[in-house]
Ligand binder design. Sequence first.
Ligand SMILES: [Zn+2]
Length: 80
Amino acid sequence: MLKITVCPHCGKYIKFLIHEEDIDHSTRYPAPIFLRHNSPDCGKWLTIYFDSKMRVSNAFKDKEQTVNKWKFVKEIHSVN
Ligand SMILES: [Zn+2]
């Protein structure tokens, strides 16, 4: 599914594709992914958290170091 969020680094909209299997559903939500804002002006990483219905619940700058409790945290590059 195509999602849109605001980049906490540059303030621009980011479009990215995410699928159910891209997040770890085995642990308590919200579950994270690492997203790279694939724009020539930005190019930075963020950590985005999803609730059980795959809605974005929060976005933070950089790769959060507190993600150890999840089995995996997928790295995704944005569409724009
Ligand atoms: Zn950005």
